[in-house]
Structure formats: structure tokens, C-alpha cells
Ligand binder design. Structure first.
Ligand code: 13P
Length: 253
């Protein structure tokens, strides 16, 4: 049985004070939840706030990106070792917004994934198709390419130490959610693709859904056989909404 996992991707939102307030609300509300795993991924500067407030609680924290380089003259980048230094358990890699706005390729993302693992930080790899790609029947081809980049570099074993998030680009921040059936279909496809290389790794891999997940649709999505939790954007910025989604994970465990 895979442990349900709900992670909040705060993106580039909030202030130091708002980060602290949000974390305070989540800690208070999650105190009764033991089965679901919960993480927050604030912007880099607020990781310090997360570390200060979450150390000793059951809630993990992580970053939204990580450098593909180990250390040195890479202005503006943040290494896996630095994330580890701030107690990060997770690093999101390959989010579609980074693919789109920062020109990240599959090759770059696979290196980030490997760098996170080498640094002792668990990568959360985002995969997903655009609306155009879905409408032209290319969903499986696109998500397979995203998944294969890590398979090609690190083998199926790389997925023994990571998490995958299926985030259809057309569902991110749009209010349009993939139906549970649409999401389940892609999740099953992703798991099968890894199972073809290593069945045990695929069985143990947590595959989260992301894209307008909210309290009103979380139960049904997480209820699908291959959906092991959520990567939450907008709804992760309001403690009550995020906690309601965490509760859906708790109840599914
Ligand atoms: P929304 O939940 O705002 O659609 O964002 C999802 C996402 O991109 C999480 O990484």
C-alpha cells in the first residue's frame, strides 16, 4: 500500500509573514492526521521559515526547483546540498512552468532529478501534456518522453527514490480538472511504463495528480487506483483548502 502524499506547490506567491501564517495554520490543522504524508514547497527564501517552523513536526518541506549542477559558478542557482542543509526532504523538478518559462528540456530535468537524488533530496518529477497535445492524441507520447528521460539516465531504479506528479498543463491554474477517469488512465499508463522495466519499483512509486485539485474533487481523484495523492497549486495557499485535501488523503489511507 502506497502512503498517500499531499504536497503544496506555492509557486511565486506570498511574503515571509504570509508563509509563516500559512505554515502555522497547516501545522495546527494537520495535527490529527497521521496516515497521510504532507509537504509544503515554498519559494526558496522561505525555506528557512519552513525549517524553523516545521522541524519536529510530521510535515515535510521542499523546494520548487534544484540546480542540475553540484556547486560553483552558477549564479542564481540553488544546489541539492543547500536544500538538504535547510532540511528539505523534497525538490520539485520539471514543473511545466519551468519547462515553459525557463526553457527546461527533458535532458536538463533528468539531470536535476539525478542531482537531487545524489544530494539526498527526493525529487518530485512533473510530467504532463498541453491541451494541443491532448487534442491531437499525443498525451501518452508526451508523458512517456517525460518519464523516459529519467529512465534513460538513471534506469528504473531512479524511480525507487522519487515521486512522480502527473500535471496536465491544461488543468493547471485553469479551474478545469482532469476527470478522475482521464487522470487514472494516464497514471496507469505511467506506472505500466516503469513496470515494464521494474515491476516492484513501479508498484511502490507514488504518482500524484496536479491541476486544479481542490477540496471538492480531491476525494474522487485520490480514490482512483493509481492516484496516490496530489500536488496542489492554488488551493495550497489557503490553509483550510489545503487541509481539506490532506484529509482526503488521510481518509484514503
Ligand atoms: P493548480 O492547483 O493551481 O492548478 O496548480 C497545480 C500545480 O501546478 C502544482 O504544481
Amino acid at each position: 500500500m502506497r502512503r498517500p502524499f499531499i504536497a503544496g506547490n506555492w509557486k511565486m506567491n506570498g511574503s515571509k509573514a504570509e508563509a509563516a501564517e500559512l505554515i502555522r495554520g497547516i501545522v495546527a490543522g494537520a495535527a490529527s492526521m497521521q496516515k497521510v504524508e504532507i509537504a509544503v514547497c515554498p519559494p526558496f527564501p522561505y525555506l528557512y521559515v519552513a525549517e524553523q517552523m516545521l522541524a519536529g513536526t510530521a510535515i515535510a518541506w521542499g523546494s520548487q526547483d534544484v540546480s542540475r549542477e553540484e556547486a560553483g559558478a552558477f549564479t542564481g542557482q540553488v544546489s541539492a546540498a543547500m536544500l538538504k542543509d535547510f532540511g528539505c526532504r523534497y525538490a520539485i523538478v520539471g514543473h511545466s512552468e519551468r519547462r515553459q518559462f525557463n526553457g527546461e528540456t527533458d535532458a536538463i530535468i533528468a539531470r536535476k532529478y539525478a542531482r537531487a537524488v545524489a544530494g539526498g533530496v527526493t525529487p518530485i518529477l512533473c510530467v504532463g501534456e498541453t491541451l494541443d497535445e491532448r487534442e491531437s492524441g499525443k498525451t501518452e507520447e508526451v508523458v512517456a518522453r517525460h518519464i523516459d528521460a529519467v529512465l534513460d539516465l538513471g534506469g528504473a531504479e531512479a524511480y525507487a527514490v522519487g515521486v512522480v506528479a502527473y500535471e496536465p498543463v491544461w488543468a493547471i491554474g485553469t479551474g478545469v480538472t482532469a476527470t478522475p477517469e482521464q487522470a487514472q488512465e494516464v497514471h496507469a499508463f505511467l506506472r505500466e511504463r516503469i513496470a515494464a522495466k521494474n515491476k516492484a519499483v513501479a508498484e511502490g512509486l507514488r504518482i500524484l495528480y496536479g491541476g486544479s485539485m481542490k477540496p471538492g474533487n480531491a476525494v474522487e481523484l485520490i480514490g482512483q487506483a493509481d492516484i496516490d495523492g496530489g500536488l496542489i497549486g492554488g488551493a495550497a495557499l489557503k490553509a483550510s483548502d489545503f487541509l481539506a485535501i490532506c484529509q482526503a488523503g488521510e481518509d484514503a489511507a
